[in-house]
Design a protein around this ligand. Structure first.
Ligand code: SAM
Length: 472
C-alpha cells in the first residue's frame, strides 16, 4: 500500500507504514549500533528517511540527544549560514465556514468579531508593516467561498505588491490559505506568490476527521493532497507543517517526513519550508483541552530531528512561541522567524480594542521588530530581509539543487548583509543600528569569493547613499 510516488493521500501517508515506523523505532531505540549508523548517515547531510528519523526521535540516551542537537545546529549553519529570514503574517479575513475544533475562527464561534480587510485597509496595514521594515509577508485567511473567494485573495496580493511607501516595499508574498483547486493554485502562481503554505494540522486520518467535523476542510484526502495540486498548478515552493498538540507527536513526525519524501519522489522537489506550530490559547480555545501537548524539551528534539532529516528545507518558528523557546530552537535548525506579529485582522495599523478580539491565537513573543532584529544580532545571527531567490527564479528544483550543493549560502550571506543594511538605514533604532553596522563589518570579509565581496561592498555603499531594491 505504501507508495511515496502515488498522488493518493492513503498511499503516500499510509497509516500502516506510519505504525510500522513507530514499531521499528520502539524496537530499535536502544540499538546503539543502528543509532550510530543513523547518526553517521545524518552527518553526511543527505537527510534521513522517516524510519531512521523515528528511531532517533525515540532514543532518549542523553549522549545521542547531544549529538542530534549539535548536528542540527551544524547542518543549519552549513546550508544556510548564520542568516535568519524574517517575515510577518498578515491576516486578511477571519470569516470561516470550517469547524476546526482548535481554531477560534470556527463557524460556531459567535462571539469572535468577524473582520475582513478591504483593499484600503490593506494599504494601511502594509504601510504600517513597511514602516517597521518588513519585506516579506505570509497572507492568512479563513476558508469562506463567499467572503474570501480566490478573487479576493488575488486582489489582496495585487494590492500588497503595489504599495511603495518611502523606501519600503513588500517583495515576497507567501500564502497560507485553505486547500484549493489546481486552477486556483495556477492563479496564485501567476499573481507572483512565493511559497504556498498549508499546515496538515494532523496526519492521523481518524483524528483529522474528528478535529475537522464540519466544512470543506473535513475532507482528509483533499487537504492532504493539496500540495500535489499546488505543484500541478505550477507552485514549486510549498510549505508543510503540523499543529503539534493535536495528535501523538511521533505519529505526526513520521508522517510529516513521509510527506516530504512523497514530494521528492513525485515531483523531485521537497518542501521549501516546514513549520512547527503548537496549539495556543485563543478566544474560545483552551490548549489544555487537547491530550497531546508536548513539553519544550520534546519540541526541541522534534525540531532538531526534522533539521537533520530534511537538511535542505527552511524551518519556520512563529510568535506562537516566546523568546526563550525561540532562542533554543534557533540553535536547533530554525532558519526563518516572524517578528512583531499580529494575529488579528487589522492589528498593525491600529491596535485592536480588548473587546474587539479577532485574533487567531495569543502571541507569546510581543517584541517589536527592532527588538527582534537586535536580539538576533546579539545572538550572532544575521537578520535577513532577503527575498531574492524567487525574484531571480531560484525556486523549486533550482533552489533545492543550489541548497543541496551548499551553494545557496553564497547568495544568502551577502544578500542578508545587504538587506540588513537597508533595514539599519531606514528603520533601526540608533542602538540596533550601531550593533548592525559592526556586524556587517565583521561579516563582510567572510564572503569567500573576491568578486562577490566586491559587489557586496559596492552595494553597501549605494544603499548608504540612498539606493534601494537590487532585487534582493
Ligand atoms: N484557513 C487556512 C487553512 O485551513 O489552512 C489557513 C490557516 S490559518 C490562518 C493558519 C494556521 O493556524 C492553521 O493552519 C492552524 O494550524 C493554526 N492555528 C489555528 N488555531 C490555532 C491555535 N489555537 N493555536 C495555534 N495555531 C493555530
Amino acid at each position: 500500500m505504501y507508495n511515496p510516488s502515488s498522488h493518493k493521500a492513503a498511499e503516500f501517508i499510509d497509516h500502516e507504514e506510519v505504525l510500522a515506523s513507530l514499531a521499528y523505532a520502539e524496537a530499535n531505540k536502544d540499538n546503539s549500533a543502528l543509532i550510530e549508523q543513523i547518526l553517521n548517515k545524518a552527518a553526511e547531510r543527505k537527510g534521513l528517511n522517516h524510519r531512521e528519523a523515528s528511531v532517533l526521535l525515540l532514543c532518549d540516551d542523553p549522549a545521542v540527544e547531544a549529538k542530534i542537537f549539535a548536528l542540527a545546529e551544524q547542518i543549519k549553519k552549513d546550508f544556510y549560514g548564520n542568516r535568519i529570514v524574517i517575515f510577518a503574517p498578515l491576516y486578511l479575513s477571519n470569516y470561516c465556514v470550517n469547524g476546526c475544533v482548535y481554531c477560534p475562527y470556527h463557524l460556531k464561534n459567535k462571539h469572535i468579531v468577524r473582520k475582513k480587510l478591504s483593499q484600503e485597509n490593506i494599504v494601511r496595514e502594509v504601510t504600517a508593516l513597511q514602516d517597521m521594515g518588513h519585506k516579506r509577508l505570509a497572507l492568512e485567511a479563513g476558508e469562506d467561498p463567499v467572503h474570501n473567494p480566490i478573487e479576493y485573495i488575488l486582489d489582496c496580493i495585487k494590492t500588497v505588491y503595489s504599495i511603495k511607501h518611502k523606501n519600503g516595499a513588500i517583495r515576497r508574498v507567501n500564502i497560507n490559505i485553505a486547500a484549493t483547486t489546481v486552477e486556483n493554485y495556477r492563479l496564485l502562481k501567476e499573481a507572483g506568490i512565493g511559497t504556498y503554505i498549508l499546515f496538515q494540522e494532523t496526519y492521523h486520518k481518524e483524528s483529522y476527521e474528528k478535529l475537522h467535523p464540519t466544512g470543506p476542510k473535513h475532507d482528509y484526502a483533499y487537504h492532504t493532497e493539496a500540495m500535489d495540486r499546488a505543484m500541478q498548478g505550477g507552485i514549486d515552493d510549498v510549505g508543510l507543517g503540523v499543529l503539534f498538540g493535536l495528535e501523538g507527536y511521533r505519529y505526526e513526525f513520521a508522517a510529516l517526513l513521509m510527506h516530504a519524501e512523497h514530494l521528492e519522489a513525485a515531483f523531485g522537489v521537497g518542501p521549501h519550508t516546514i513549520s512547527i506550530p503548537r496549539v495556543k490559547r485563543a478566544d474560545d480555545i483552551d490548549p489544555n483541552a487537547f491530550q497531546n501537548g508536548i513539553s519544550d524539551e520534546t519540541f526541541a528534539k522534534i525540531c532538531a530531528c526534522i533539521r537533520i532529516s530534511v537538511p535542505y528545507t527552511g524551518m519556520i518558528i512563529s510568535t506562537r512561541e516566546g523568546k526563550k523557546v525561540r532562542e533554543r530552537l534557533l540553535h536547533l535548525g530554525i532558519s526563518q522567524l516572524s517578528g512583531a506579529s499580529r494575529t488579528s485582522v487589522g492589528g498593525y495599523a491600529e491596535k485592536e480594542a480588548e473587546d474587539d478580539n479577532s485574533a487567531q491565537f495569543d502571541v507569546s513573543d510581543q517584541r517589536s521588530l527592532d527588538e527582534v532584529v537586535r536580539w538576533l544580532m546579539e545572538l550572532g545571527y544575521i537578520p535577513s530581509f532577503c527575498t531574492a531567490c524567487y525574484r531571480e527564479g531560484r525556486t523549486g528544483d533550482r533552489f533545492m539543487a543550489l541548497c543541496k550543493n551548499n551553494q545557496i549560502l553564497n547568495c544568502c550571506h551577502p544578500n542578508a548583509l545587504l538587506t540588513l543594511k537597508e533595514y539599519l538605514e531606514d528603520y533601526a533604532s540608533p542602538e540596533t543600528r550601531a550593533i548592525g553596522e559592526a556586524l556587517i563589518e565583521r561579516e563582510l570579509p567572510k564572503i569567500p569569493k573576491d568578486k562577490v565581496r566586491q559587489i557586496a561592498t559596492d552595494r553597501l555603499g549605494l544603499i548608504a547613499s540612498g539606493q534601494r531594491d537590487f532585487r534582493f
